[in-house]
Write a protein of this length. Structure first.
Length: 114
């Protein structure tokens, strides 16, 4: 059905969104910061759960195996791995494992010196 000229003229302008509504939507998208892990790998800026996942990655476990161990979905583990790679600024699991093992090795050596 086509609109006639009179109907087009009578068409009301679209209401603009209320700024307070858009701010609310934006606030809902922001994430709360999770506490950092309280172990040697916590110094890497990872959450406790990401640290757990990284520990298992360093031991050569797959996402599926880590999911079974931690009782989590494989997709959730994939997201943790994605966040770990981003936070450590590396491209793959192997590089993340090297950083984890190096960090743990340094901590072990430092405790021997004390």
């Amino acid at each position: 059905m086509r609109m006639t000229t009179n109907e087009q003229q009578m068409k009301l302008p679209q209401a603009k969104p209320n700024p307070s509504q858009t701010k609310t939507k934006h606030r809902m998208k922001t994430r709360t910061k999770l506490p950092l892990a309280k172990n040697p790998l916590g110094s890497l800026g990872l959450t406790a759960r990401e640290t757990e996942v990284l520990t298992w990655i360093a031991q050569g476990k797959t996402n599926h195996e880590i999911g079974v161990i931690l009782n989590a979905c494989t997709g959730t583990i994939c997201k943790h791995v994605e966040h770990i790679l981003c936070k450590l600024d590396v491209k793959n699991r192997t590089a993340a494992a090297v950083i984890a093992l190096t960090t743990l090795g340094k901590t072990k050596n430092m405790s021997r010196l004390r």
